[in-house]
Design a protein around this ligand. Structure first.
Ligand SMILES: [Zn+2]
Ligand SMILES: [Zn+2]
Length: 327
């Protein structure tokens, strides 16, 4: 069982500093780059699970193109219900396992605190109910809206597609590039969301969660969800296998349930099942002005907003904030 570190406030903190994708190291070290990609996609990871899920969704759980070619509420409502069920399956299961049944206790839990109750900062005075509300009515609505636009475009020949059979190399390149596209997109839009006006009126809905749980992932103001979930729209402009579009969309919508889960690893007794939350984003929820991106593209390092979790990094960040305030 981990112990609360009174100096840092963390219940658990990785012993190693945060590492980024070695693709951007110079000189390049091929073995490290290959190892990073393998860890991301080939090991039994949630990315592999998302790949299988995207395949099932596209092949079996999406209405036929002949139905989606018409503007009609029935298939859009079906997509909304299906996506809500998926979010409950992923975020709900993680919440049940980690925060209600507490199967692994506080092991690998970043903060000792529990999800807030009786706190007027949150809707219904309850952080989990508040987060479910925003995740479904804002998150799933935008998710379904973008998905419906894409499929309506495909069904009517407005949006071009390719397939694994016709361009297998392009298919694999997309898979390798998705984390990079998301890394650049997330960093850019996240910096934008921290512009004071947008922060105050929009991004604050997500940031009230200083302590996060699986339901905090896409618990965002609708305007933030419109901006945040926009990266899969790239497939409207570049013909892709529709399965890649589905994969991209669920990486944006379901993956945050893991990255906000509050636990670095999910375990069953002593056995590690999956990597879950990343300390990098947890630090952003605590300190705000650092770690705007993710670890796939080291934009935080390049733009001087990186925080590796150490006390020195906290001091450097405070100095940077002080410098910005006195300018
Ligand atoms: Zn977040
Ligand atoms: Zn933020």
């Amino acid at each position: 069982m981990s112990k609360l570190n009174r100096a840092t406030g963390w219940n658990y903190q990785p012993s190693e500093p945060i590492k980024y994708n070695p693709l951007f190291d110079f000189p390049p070290k091929l073995d490290l780059i290959f190892g990073w990609m393998i860890k991301r996609w080939v090991s039994i990871s949630r990315f592999l699970l998302f790949f299988v899920l995207a395949l099932i969704l596209t092949k079996y759980l999406t209405p036929s193109l002949s139905i989606m070619g018409e503007v009609d509420y029935s298939w859009v409502t079906y997509l909304f219900m299906r996506n809500t069920a998926l979010l409950f399956l992923v975020a709900g299961t993680l919440h049940l396992y980690l925060h209600i049944l507490k199967v692994q206790g506080d092991d690998y839990k970043f903060l000792k605190k529990e999800m807030a109750k009786n706190n007027k900062k949150f809707k219904f005075r309850n952080q989990v109910y508040d987060n479910i509300f925003w995740s479904v009515f804002s998150g799933v609505t935008i998710w379904t809206f973008y998905e419906a636009i894409y499929w309506y475009g495909v069904a009517n020949g407005i949006v071009g597609t390719s397939s694994f059979q016709s361009s297998p190399i392009q298919f694999f390149l997309w898979i390798l590039c998705l984390p990079l596209i998301r890394g650049v997109h997330f960093y850019s839009i996240h910096r934008l969301l921290h512009v004071p006006f947008l922060y105050k009126h929009v991004h604050v809905t997500h940031h009230r969660n200083v302590n996060t749980g699986p339901w905090s992932g896409i618990s965002m103001h609708p305007v933030e969800n419109i901006i945040y979930q926009s990266s899969p729209l790239i497939h409207i402009f570049i013909p892709t296998d529709p399965m890649i579009f589905t994969l991209h969309l669920i990486l944006v919508t379901l993956n945050p349930a893991f990255t906000h889960s509050g636990f670095e690893q999910i375990k069953n007794k002593k056995t590690k099942l999956l990597d879950s939350a990343d300390f990098h984003h947890q630090l952003h929820h605590r300190y705000f002005d650092c770690n705007y991106g993710n670890m796939d593209v080291p934009l935080d390092v390049w733009f001087g907003t990186h925080h590796d979790g150490s006390e020195e990094a906290t001091k450097a960040m405070r100095l940077r904030m002080k410098g910005a305030a006195t300018k």
